[in-house]
Write a protein that binds this ligand. Structure first.
Ligand code: GTP
Ligand code: MG
Length: 201
């Protein structure tokens, strides 16, 4: 178990109105506003939590989904540890646009290894009865686009919101473990006795 609290940056992306700000507010303040204004640019909130014995500070960046705010949000993608690709299950177009969101993130965050970057997909507004996107279609998209985990959420009634953010942390920690492993297996042994190099001064 680690005692140091790591700062992890996760970023919410997706079309305007799918519920990114509502998800962040539900998770951090446990409140829901049915008349929220569109976000302009970006905002962030911190939340401390413990996942599988790891204490972390999650820094959640909420971005403006409307196209006209593109240049205000993209400079904040760099340094993200996980990207939450968000759509609304009652808005088919917002699901189709996940491809564009993934591309935009990968480009502006300058992701070096997109195949191994942790993306988590959120289908929000599960409480709305008029559904346009089937869970099956989303799971298929997730399988075909890198095996991303998928959560159906409702910021309104708090369904699955905490689980989704916790999964983001798990994905980041799993990557960190792999990186630690690589570092440990690729270190220089300073104790090793090697004969002095005769050509060296
Ligand atoms: N029924 C229902 N409404 C929701 C839910 N989440 C958000 N909403 C409503 O949908 C509207 C848009 O939500 P926001 O959280 O502002 O959406 P956003 O993705 O942040 O939008 P931008 O800031 O423009 O990118 C608001 O009126 C919310 O109250 C949900 O889970 N269920
Ligand atoms: Mg918003």
């Amino acid at each position: 178990m680690t005692t140091k609290s790591a700062l992890l940056k996760v970023i919410l992306l997706g079309d305007g109105g799918v519920g990114k700000s509502s998800l962040m507010n539900r998770y951090v303040t446990n409140k829901f506003d049915s008349h929220l204004f569109h976000t302009i640019g970006v905002e962030f909130l911190n939340k401390e939590l413990e996942v599988d014995g790891h204490h972390v500070t999650l820094q959640i960046w909420d971005t403006a989904g409307q196209e006209r705010f593109r240049s205000l949000r993209t400079p904040f993608y760099r340094g993200s540890d996980c990207c939450l690709l968000t759509f609304s299950v009652d808005d088919g177009q917002s699901f189709l646009n996940l491809n564009n969101w993934k591309k935009e993130f990968t480009y502006y965050a300058d992701v070096k290894d997109p195949d191994n970057f942790p993306f988590v997909v959120l289908g929000n507004k599960l409480d709305v009865p008029e559904r346009q996107v089937s869970g099956e279609d989303v799971r298929k998209w997730c399988r075909e686009n890198g095996g991303h985990p998928y959560f159906e959420t409702s910021a309104k009634d708090a369904t699955n919101v905490a689980s989704a953010f916790e999964e983001a942390v798990r994905r980041i920690l799993a990557l960190d473990d792999r990186a630690d492993h690589l570092i440990h297996t690729d270190t220089v042994d300073l104790q090793r006795k090697t004969p002095p190099d005769p050509t060296c001064c």
